[in-house]
Design a protein. Sequence first.
Length: 276
Amino acid sequence: MYTLNCKGRLLVLEKPIVMGILNITPDSFYTGSRVETETTILQKAVQMLDEGAAILDIGGQSTRPGSNRISADEESERVLPAIQLIKQQFPHCFISIDTYHASVAKQAVKAGADIINDISAGAMDEAMLATAASLQVPYIAMHMKGTPDTMQNNPSYENVTREVLDYFIKKTEECKAAGIKDVIIDPGFGFGKTISQNFQLLRQLEAFQILSYPLLAGLSRKSTIYKTLNISATEALNGTTVLNTIALQKGAVILRVHDVKEAIETIKLLDAVSGK
């Protein structure tokens, strides 16, 4: 069991939880996750919370392969009103800010975010780790080889699981040295990895339990699923459920998803099978 201190409120991971994705973007890879008006933001937030999401993950910049970069100022303009809006309506919900900009993270936490979710684990903004430490909020560190612009340009590993595990041994120590109290690790499915490398990482996911940090799996509707099945992201819910099931069986305690209801059902059914 893990306990995360979110600005004085405790998020207790007695069993796996679900993080719902809210993209305040015009270009995220899955169109069903895009929300840009106050009405649609609140509608999606209500739906996800009603369906059982423990965390709402708010992002203002698409990080799909080849996506366009935007400035920290533009990102802030997208996410801060959404965070404030949701917190006004649902003051007790936990919000994570999906950003690699330290300045955006700082403003977002001030606006009401409780967790920082950084796809670069500090690599794209050298001020991020110190900022996360000063804010004293949980920090999600993700593995990514390269940047969103370059990560899918023929990524290569001798052994992807071993290299990602070695990365996190060093990165978690770096986070602790910076003063971050609660670290969550995300192996970064689809970020600088081929389809076969993603499957190897999932197949060996239990290896990360040796680190004794909460493990997040972000597999929802990704190209590993829809390209393997020769379908679209819109059709990839069933495949997402299958891979989420495997991730849970191998130690994931946070599922980052577009479809909260189905992820909650997956957790409940696995609990029933295991007699919990």
